[in-house]
Design a protein around this ligand. Structure first.
Ligand SMILES: [Zn+2]
Length: 50
């Protein structure tokens, strides 16, 4: 269930299942998957689902 096939599979999964989040620290909006999204800009975990 949690296996990762490779970079291409990860990209596909993100496109299919990505949710939008906004970083509460720097205001960046981004798409991420998983239970613990991390801001790509400042690596903060203080993010909100939008
Ligand atoms: Zn941030």
């Amino acid at each position: 269930m949690c296996s990762v096939g490779g970079p291409m599979d990860v990209e596909l999964a993100e496109r299919l299942k990505g949710k939008k989040y906004r970083c509460n620290d720097c205001g960046t909006t981004f798409e991420a998957v998983g239970k613990h999204p991390v801001c790509p800009s400042c690596q903060s975990e203080n993010v909100t689902l939008v």
